[in-house]
Design a binder for this molecule. Structure first.
Ligand SMILES: NC(=O)c1ccc[n+]([C@@H]2O[C@H](COP(=O)([O-])OP(=O)(O)OC[C@H]3O[C@@H](n4cnc5c(N)ncnc54)[C@H](O)[C@@H]3O)[C@@H](O)[C@H]2O)c1
Length: 255
């Protein structure tokens, strides 16, 4: 019940999928959670659910691509709760699924704005706060697509590879400041992102079966499978862990 008791967490893209599961679990384990997203209704409903279950949370509208918005939300969370111990850089898009030579520059940039610039901007302002309050843990959600290639989603691969190395650089830069930075690499997890991706490609049920078969454990993951890894990295149980890559993929990359 108390694995992150007394800590303040900011979760980006917290309204759906992996972010939502993470907000629920961090709150259940004692953290005070800033649920942030573009989806205000879903975000506010989630806060209500957390509070009804006895947890502590509040909602902020946050577009991770907008520096002024990021700066303002981080400073408001800090003002409300005194510190930020945990940042989960979770907001992300799958982006266009076309071969590289067919991608428009604006399509490439739109994906990078969220998946890469968003991680940079949220890290920047969270670190400024963590440097003042004595440290923290930053968890960047990359992907198995940040570890190995596949013949699809070129901008997504590039973005998740970038997030992997941004995590290692920041881990080294801020180790002396007691700020840990790690990346998480999920295989396919059943969330609106994956469901929408399959819907764009055709039959969702058939697509899911194909994805299930791609994971040696025989099925895609659930948001909680990733949330438990994030909880570990957020907690003091991982106090000697920084610059690491936590792979949660049902064996997808083991071969
Ligand atoms: N689902 C998977 O299979 C899978 C696998 C590996 C990695 N991931 C990564 O995990 C993270 C969460 O994915 P998910 O599957 O839960 O996605 P999702 O689409 O279900 O949820 C993503 C959330 O991010 C929010 N978001 C989108 N753009 C935003 C912006 N500009 N600012 C703030 N919030 C924004 C959305 O509103 C949504 O609530 C992403 O970074 C994704 O790349 C997912």
């Amino acid at each position: 019940m108390n694995r992150v008791a007394g800590k303040v967490a900011v979760v980006t893209g917290g309204a759906l999928g992996i972010g939502r599961a993470t907000c629920l679990l961090l709150a259940k384990e004692g953290a005070t959670v800033a649920v942030t997203d573009l989806l205000d209704k879903e975000g506010r409903d989630l806060v209500k659910e957390i509070v009804e279950k006895g947890g502590q949370a509040a909602y902020w509208h946050l577009n991770v691509t907008q520096e002024a918005n990021v700066k303002q939300v981080i400073s408001e969370v800090r003002e409300k709760w005194g510190k930020i111990d945990i940042l989960v850089n979770n907001a992300g898009l799958a982006g266009v699924n076309k071969p590289t030579h067919e991608i428009e520059e604006n399509e490439w940039n739109a994906l990078m704005a969220v998946n890469v610039n968003g991680v940079f901007l949220c890290t920047k302002y969270a670190v400024i706060s963590m440097l003042e309050t004595g440290g923290g843990s930053i968890i960047n959600i990359s992907s198995v697509y940040g570890l190995i290639g596949a013949p699809d989603l070129p901008p997504y691969h590039a973005s998740k590879g970038a997030v992997r190395l941004m995590s290692k650089t920041d881990a080294l830069l801020y180790a002396k400041n007691n700020i840990r930075v790690n990346s998480v690499h999920p295989g396919y997890i059943w969330t609106p992102l994956v469901e929408n991706l399959l819907a764009e490609q055709g039959d969702v049920t058939e697509g899911r079966k194909k994805l299930d078969r791609a994971h040696p454990l025989g099925h895609v993951g659930e948001p909680d499978d990733v949330a438990y890894g994030i909880l570990y990295l957020a907690s003091d149980e991982s106090k000697f862990v920084t610059g690491s890559e936590l792979v949660i993929d049902g064996g997808y990359t083991a071969g």
